[in-house]
Design a protein around this ligand. Structure first.
Ligand SMILES: Cc1cc2nc3c(=O)[nH]c(=O)nc-3n(C[C@H](O)[C@H](O)[C@H](O)COP(=O)(O)OP(=O)(O)OC[C@H]3O[C@@H](n4cnc5c(N)ncnc54)[C@H](O)[C@@H]3O)c2cc1C
Ligand code: SF4
Length: 426
C-alpha cells in the first residue's frame, strides 16, 4: 500500500526535498513491477463485517479493498500477464488465502517473478543461502566475506567497488554494527546506525472460533482507518494453517500493563482447557483472522550489539524509547468484530503479558541525515563515511508508514537507483 500524506510530512525525512513528489513515479514503477492490482471481489463475509464496523465508527469513507501483488486472471492456462512475454508464466489466483505461507498456485507476484527474474536474465548472479558476515574496505575495494548457511558452511569472498546492503532491518543493523564494533573493519560507519528503529507502531491481535468462514480470497483484502493516523487490516490464512494463533492468549482489554498481564493469567487459570485448546489446536485458518493495527504515530527504539551467552548479537536498548504494546482503538475494533462473528478475541502474549510490542513490520535503524553525525545515510541512501556504499531495504524507511511497507521499500530503492548514473559501455 502507498502511505498517506502524514508519512511524507514527517520531519524524519531529509529536509529540502518534496519526497511525496519525488517518489510518486517510483511508487508507480514499483507497483507495475509487482503487478499491484486492487483485490477484485467485494462480497467476502470478512470484508463486509470490517466495512460494517467502519460505518458504525463513522469512518466508512476510509474503508477500501487493498492493492495486492497477485495475478487474478486465468486459473488454467499459463501466461505472462505483465511483461509482454519477457517475464515468467503465471496462473490465476484460486483464493485459497495461503499467501502468507507461500503461494502454490504461481499467482502471487513474489520478487523472483519480477525484479530477481529480470536481474538474472540480465546477467546478475544470485547466490542463495549465502550469508555475508564481514566486510572490509581496502583502497576503495569492498571485500565481502560470506558463509553458506547450514552446518559447515563453505566460505566465500566477493570483491567490488560498490556495495548495496539489503539484509532487512535486523540483518543490515547486525551486519553494519558488527563491522563497526566487532570486526572493526568499517570504523567510519556513522554513529546513528541502530537509532530510530520502528515497529510501524503496530500491534497484532486476532480472533478464533468464529461462527463462519472468514478466509475468503487472498491473505489481506481490505483496510480502514478507525482514527486519523491509524489503519487496521485483517490477515487470513489457508484452511490448514493455525500456527499464528499460538502467539496469542485471551484478549486483555485494559491500558494498564499489569492489569493486562493479571487478566491473562487469571483467565488462563480459570479456563485452563480452553487456554490449552487455544495454544495447541491446529487448522484454525478457516474461522480465524489476525488483525494488524498500524499507525503513523512517532515511536522509536534503538538497537545495539550486546554480548550474551550466545555470542555478540543485536538487541534492543530497553532505555531508548517505547513503542506501543496496547492500542485502544485497535482493541475496540477487535472486540466489535469478535462480537459480530461470535468469536474469541486474542491478543499477542508478548503484548499482554510483557507489555512488549509485536510487529511484522520492523523498519528504520539507518536514519537519513545530511552528515554522518545526523544520520546513517544521505538523501540518496548512500552510507556516510564510505564511497559507493548504499543501504536499500526497510532500515532506510525514516518513519512509520502506517500501512504495509513493501511497496515503500521498493519505491525508495527505485529512487536511489535512479540517482546512480548509468554505466557507459567500454
Ligand atoms: C509474516 C509477515 C507478513 C508480511 N506481510 C506483508 C504484506 O502483506 N505486505 C507488506 O507490504 N509487507 C509485509 N510484511 C513486511 C515485509 O515482509 C517486510 O517489511 C519486507 O520484506 C522487508 O524487506 P527488506 O528487503 O527490508 O528485508 P527482507 O525482505 O527481510 O530481506 C532481507 C534478506 O536479506 C537476507 N539477509 C539477512 N542478513 C543477511 C546477511 N548477513 N547476508 C546475506 N543475506 C542476509 C535475509 O535472509 C532476507 O532474505 C510482512 C512481514 C511478515 C513477517
Ligand atoms: S490466495 Fe494467495 S496463495 Fe492462494 S492462490 Fe491466491 S495468491 Fe496464491
Amino acid at each position: 500500500m502507498k502511505p498517506g500524506d502524514e508519512f511524507f510530512d514527517n520531519p524524519a525525512w531529509l529536509s529540502g526535498i518534496d519526497w511525496k513528489e519525488q517518489l510518486a513515479g517510483h511508487f508507480e514503477t514499483a507497483g507495475n513491477m509487482l503487478g499491484a492490482t486492487r483485490f477484485p471481489f467485494s462480497d467476502n463475509a470478512e470484508d463486509r463485517i470490517l466495512k460494517e464496523i467502519a460505518v458504525e465508527m463513522g469512518r466508512e469513507n476510509t474503508f477500501s479493498l487493498v492493492d495486492t501483488a497477485v495475478y487474478y486472471g486465468d486459473r488454467e492456462k499459463e501466461t505472462d500477464p505483465y511483461f509482454d512475454g519477457a517475464g515468467p508464466l503465471r496462473k490465476g489466483c484460486t483464493g485459497c488465502a495461503g499467501c502468507m505461507t507461500g503461494c502454490r498456485e504461481n499467482a502471487k507476484n513474489t520478487l523472483d517473478k519480477n525484479y530477481l527474474w529480470f536481474a538474472e536474465k540480465l546477467g546478475t548472479m544470485i547466490f542463495p543461502e549465502t550469508k555475508a558476515y564481514k566486510i572490509e574496505n581496502t583502497e576503495g575495494i569492498y571485500r565481502v566475506h560470506t558463509k553458506k548457511t547450514g552446518r559447515n558452511g563453505v566460505t566465500g569472498l566477493f570483491e567490488a567497488r560498490g556495495l548495496i546492503v539489503s539484509a532487512g532491518t535486523t540483518g543490515t543493523l547486525e551486519l553494519l554494527l558488527k563491522q563497526k564494533f566487532y570486526y572493526k573493519t568499517l570504523t567510519n560507519l556513522p554513529d546513528p546506525i541502530g537509532t530510530n528503529v520502528r515497529t510501524n507502531s503496530q500491534s497484532i491481535s486476532g480472533l478464533v472460533e468464529a461462527d463462519r468462514k472468514l478466509n475468503n480470497g487472498v491473505a489481506i483484502t481490505s483496510i480502514f482507518s478507525p482514527e486519523p493516523g491509524s489503519h487496521i487490516e485483517m490477515v487470513k490464512f489457508n484452511d490448514l494453517s493455525g500456527a499464528i494463533t499460538h502467539i496469542g492468549g485471551f484478549s486483555a482489554n485494559h491500558p494498564n500493563p499489569k492489569k493486562r498481564a493479571g487478566y491473562v493469567i487469571a483467565g488462563s487459570l480459570r479456563h485452563p482447557f480452553r487456554m490449552l485448546k487455544l495454544l495447541f489446536s491446529f487448522r484454525w485458518g478457516k474461522r480465524s483472522i489476525v488483525m494488524l493495527m498500524m499507525q503513523t504515530h512517532d515511536s522509536a527504539m534503538k538497537m545495539e550489539l550486546k554480548r550474551g551467552l550466545f555470542g555478540t548479537r543485536l538487541r534492543f536498548d530497553r532505555n531508548s524509547g517505547k513503542v506501543p504494546a496496547f492500542i485502544p482503538v485497535g482493541q475496540k475494533v477487535l472486540h466489535q468484530y469478535a462480537e459480530k462473528v461470535n468469536g474469541t478475541p486474542l491478543n499477542s502474549l508478548t503484548e499482554s503479558l510483557f507489555n512488549m510490542s509485536t510487529t511484522a513490520h520492523i523498519i528504520g535503524g539507518c536514519p537519513m541525515g545530511k552528515t554522518g553525525s545526523e544520520g546513517a545515510v544521505d538523501g540518496n541512501f548512500r552510507v556516510h563515511g564510505y564511497d559507493n556504499m548504499y543501504v536499500l531495504d526497510s532500515s532506510v524507511i525514516p518513519c512509520n508508514p502506517g500501512v504495509n511497507p513493501s511497496l515503500t521499500i521498493l519505491a525508495l530503492s527505485e529512487y536511489a537507483l535512479s540517482k546512480i548514473p548509468q554505466k557507459t559501455a567500454l
